[in-house]
Design a protein around this ligand. Structure first.
Ligand SMILES: Nc1ncnc2c1ncn2[C@@H]1O[C@H](COP(=O)(O)OP(=O)(O)O)[C@@H](O)[C@H]1O
Ligand SMILES: Cc1cn([C@H]2C[C@H](O)[C@@H](COP(=O)(O)O)O2)c(=O)[nH]c1=O
Length: 220
């Protein structure tokens, strides 16, 4: 039986890597798949992982119909055994419904990958629909960690280093590596945090500033 599976985790938890591995393992066994993505950091029609892997992909815009694409391909003699769908949080709820229909009516496996919540800790519409419809949901095993060492569960957005909770929902960006002194923080960046530190808006930089401020002055 074909299935709609949803693989989720915070930013930087290995979703795109797993998406590319899933495609590789199925293709290696002679199965025919299609890879979809949208708004990847590397650009249009590309799926990229931070481990350096990249692959061509079909760019999904809000008008794209998965159902029409698959039916057209099959009608013209093409073969599709599975779909790999990255950045699925950005898909519309209707597109997730189409993916479920592809699974149920055409017996094609769908592997969807995406983050659950945005920088305000609100479910993305695509992810909400996947939670509602997926046959199986998997939380990625490789845990991204908050600066405090706890498992990161939330995605924070920073603007010029300061965590924000208002703004456009979709802003393509990357997590900052504070140890990479060659690259100063981007104007808009992301940081993964545990819930407690997301709630308190305590990013690594702010935690460090607070702890330095609490140091007693070196009076002789
Ligand atoms: N230099 C590195 N060495 C080893 N692993 C790395 C390195 N850079 C990134 N990674 C791994 O890649 C993961 C991010 O993979 P990626 O597929 O881009 O994540 P996602 O799609 O969830 O944002 C990190 O959690 C880490 O495990
Ligand atoms: C939290 C959040 C993220 N985004 C963007 C930032 C990245 O471009 C992608 C997530 O990609 P990843 O492969 O999981 O790292 O989503 C956004 O647009 N809005 C948000 O609130």
């Amino acid at each position: 039986m074909a299935e709609l599976q949803f693989f989720t985790g915070t930013m930087d938890s290995g979703k795109s890597t797993l998406a590319l591995q899933t495609n590789h393992n199925h293709a290696a066994r002679g199965l025919h798949g299609r890879i979809f993505t949208t708004h990847d950091r590397a650009g249009e029609s590309i799926i990229s992982s931070r481990l350096g892997l990249q692959h061509d992909a079909i760019e999904v815009d809000p008008e794209f119909s998965f159902w029409r694409y698959v039916v057209d391909t099959l009608t013209h003699g093409g073969r599709i055994d599975y779909l790999v769908c990255d950045e699925a949080q950005f898909y519309t709820a209707e597109q997730i419904d189409q993916l479920a229909r592809v699974v149920d009516e055409l017996q094609i496996d769908v592997f969807a990958f995406g983050i659950l919540t945005d920088f305000r800790s609100t479910l993305f519409p695509g992810s909400a629909r996947l939670v509602e419809l997926a046959d199986r949901m998997h939380v990625l095993q490789v845990e991204a960690l908050c600066w405090c060492g706890k498992r990161a569960t939330h995605n924070a957005r920073t603007e010029n280093g300061v965590m924000v909770v208002e703004g456009e929902v979709i802003v393509v960006g990357d997590v900052d590596d504070p140890s990479d002194l060659d690259h100063p923080p981007a104007d808009v960046a992301y940081e993964v945090l545990c819930r407690q530190h997301h709630r308190r808006r305590l990013t690594a930089a702010r935690a460090q500033a607070v702890s330095l401020a609490a140091e007693p002055l070196p009076f002789g």
